[in-house]
Ligand binder design. Structure first.
Ligand code: ZN
Ligand code: ZN
Length: 273
């Protein structure tokens, strides 16, 4: 079974029509494909689905689901940002779109619920450094703690179907400010994993850093995946595709999971709707 539930498109910051992703997935032998465009956010930006396009996105996914139902199972979802005081209730978006699943992710970190945001993702290291300076006065421990706290509050209060790339804060660090092996960092990651265990969310293993050459490991890292296996956390492998050709860039994730004897690998997503 070949599956991917983390897929963007031209509706947000990806390239290509939804139908191109479906056709590519079928050609590559996929059985399940989930669309998870970046959810609309209440401020100006260049990465998310625009609120006025949200209905069209949902309608088109539903139309494709119907059209291709004998060839592939398609799911309607969103990757939703959790930002305290700014976007901290997934309910209205899920209801409005009639979503079948959500990926909860943190890309933008604020301090004490303030309006200044630290963008930890994207292609530019300078943006990361600037945000850290502007929002956290350059205090990396405070910034990383806020990132994990935000992730934990999201898991607790929103219970997304899938928790997205929960240690992505390492990406632009590039060994400069801290090591992911530092005890304080490891403790924050473990706290997050324990909360995932308690809530029963699925944790994604995201391969995008590897094939984009931005990071030398999965999100979360191989070391954390071993810890997750000890706690029997369900995981789903996703490529965070931004082009149709990204759909099957699994970067050895399944081989790694087999090698360490990972027990709880999810292929088919159970949805409520
Ligand atoms: Zn993301
Ligand atoms: Zn994504």
């Amino acid at each position: 079974m070949k599956v991917n539930y983390h897929t963007h498109s031209h509706y947000c910051d990806g390239k290509g029509e939804l139908a191109e992703y479906v056709e590519t997935a079928i050609a590559k032998g996929f059985t399940h494909l989930g669309f998870s465009g970046h959810a609309p956010v209440p401020f100006e930006n260049t990465f998310a689905i625009k609120h006025e396009d949200y209905k069209a996105y949902c309608d088109e996914v539903r139309r494709l689901k119907e059209q291709y139902r004998d060839r592939i199972k398609i799911y309607l979802g969103l990757e939703i940002d959790y930002i305290p005081n700014i976007l901290d209730d997934f309910g209205p978006l899920i209801a409005e779109g009639g979503l079948e699943y959500s990926i909860g992710s943190v890309h933008l970190v604020n301090r004490n619920g303030g309006s200044d945001l630290w963008f930890i993702d994207g292609s530019k290291q300078e943006t990361y450094d600037e945000g850290l300076n502007n929002v956290f006065g350059g205090d990396i421990c405070a910034g990383v703690k806020a990132f994990f706290n935000q992730t934990c509050r999201m898991i607790e209060t929103q219970r997304p179907t899938i928790v997205g790339h929960f240690d992505k804060i390492v990406m632009h660090n590039k060994g400069r400010y801290f090591s992911p092996d530092d005890p304080w960092f490891h403790a924050l990651a473990m706290e997050t994993i324990d909360l995932i265990r308690q809530t029963g969310c699925i944790c994604e293993i995201n391969t995008r850093g590897l094939y984009k050459g931005r990071y030398n490991d999965f999100y979360p890292s191989s070391k954390l995946i071993k810890e997750m296996n000890e706690m029997d956390i369900p995981v789903v492998v996703s490529t965070d595709a931004h082009r149709p050709d990204d759909l099957d860039l699994f970067e050895g994730a399944y081989e790694y999971l087999a090698e360490i004897g990972y027990r709880n690998v999810v292929r088919e997503l159970k949805v409520e709707n």
